[in-house]
Design a protein around this ligand. Structure first.
Ligand code: FO1
Length: 316
């Protein structure tokens, strides 16, 4: 992959959720160790039983470590739910599926935060311990919980909306609580300034990418980028591969299509990667048409390689 000159390609991915983690994994497997930085959404973060839980950081971390649950995409392969069973025996509602092995992550993160460590420091320690040779950066070390105003249940915290109510409530508005006071995680703006390529992964634009863009300084850093920046559409033929992206875009009066995604990102991107099913969709300024549906590890690596190759070809 022939990106900008410079001995080591420095690729920065923006990701959240299962789809984003899959492409981040493809990039990770394509690039030399240490070449990838993943900026991860933390708008899904919340406290449950007093535990600090960062679902998207964990989903990206487990996925890059090759430990993610093969069907769900979140949580750990082979995990059990004995603890949940015992909670239910006590009459607890236990609607958030915390796995027994997954608990180790939440316990260590909660303990480290209580000891005054930052989310960035904890993320670095945990991902390094799992042998991951990419940098995982939370979008911020400050809490910026995504709040969901719904017709049926009023304002919900993200996981209540997403898991407890299975993202079925009708969404009236999203807001990113505390975004205006939050700071980008240490090193994040430098990573964007030094990037040779920036990839917005096929995550939900409103729930996984927008929280990152809401952190003061990040959108501006992307607007003044020197590296090419592309997004991979999470919408294929008007549908989301997984999760509420299509339903949410419709509820918020956005066009539910690859063109709607391109419109949403606007001048933040120099091109959009769309699926063959959308081959005739008009996308400016550039589009790459390929199979964007990732079912296997090979799919992830192929797509990531095609995206990087495409971006590299622009320089010549
Ligand atoms: N998603 C669900 O749909 N149901 C769950 O029970 C669930 C538990 C869970 C536990 C740990 C974790 O890291 C993620 C978990 N997720 C679950 C996914 C989570 O809701 C994420 O926020 C979504 O993947 C969206 O990014």
């Amino acid at each position: 992959m022939a990106l900008n000159s410079g001995a080591q390609s420095r690729v920065v991915a923006l990701a959240g959720g299962v789809g984003g983690a899959k492409l981040a994994d493809g990039l990770y497997r394509c690039l030399p160790p240490g070449a990838l930085t993943v900026i991860v959404n933390t708008g899904d973060d919340f406290r449950r039983y007093g535990l600090a839980i960062s679902p998207d950081l964990d989903t990206v971390m487990y996925t890059l470590a090759g430990l993610a649950h093969p069907v769900n995409g979140w949580g750990l392969a082979g995990d059990t739910q004995q603890m949940l069973g015992m909670l239910r025996r006590y009459g607890d509602d236990a609607w958030f599926g915390l796995g027994d092995m997954d608990m180790a992550t939440h316990l260590l993160r909660t303990q480290a935060l209580a000891a005054g460590q930052t989310l960035s420091e904890i993320t670095d320690a945990l991902s390094s311990a799992l042998g991951i040779r990419a940098r995982l950066l939370p979008m911020s070390d400050d809490a910026v919980p995504t709040m969901v105003e719904t017709l049926e249940h009023g304002t919900l915290a993200f996981q209540e909306y997403f898991v407890r109510y299975r993202w079925q409530p009708t969404v009236r508005r999203l807001y990113y609580n505390g975004a205006d006071r939050a700071r980008p995680a240490p090193g994040l703006l430098d990573a964007l300034a030094q990037a040779s390529a920036i990839v917005i992964c096929p995550s939900n634009p409103l729930l996984s990418i927008e929280p990152i863009l809401q952190i003061p300084g990040i959108r501006a850093a992307l607007e003044r980028r020197t590296a090419p920046c592309v997004a991979v559409s999470p919408i294929i033929a008007g549908q989301a591969v997984k999760g509420p992206a299509a339903k949410l875009m419709a509820e918020l009066s956005m066009e539910v299509s690859a063109a709607g995604v391109a419109q949403y990102y606007g001048t933040l991107i120099d091109g959009l990667v769309i699926d063959s099913a959308d081959r005739d969709v008009q996308i400016a300024p550039r589009k790459l048409v390929t199979n964007t549906f990732m079912q296997t590890i090979d799919d992830r690596v192929r797509l990531a390689g095609e995206v990087l190759e495409w971006m590299g070809s622009w320089n010549q």
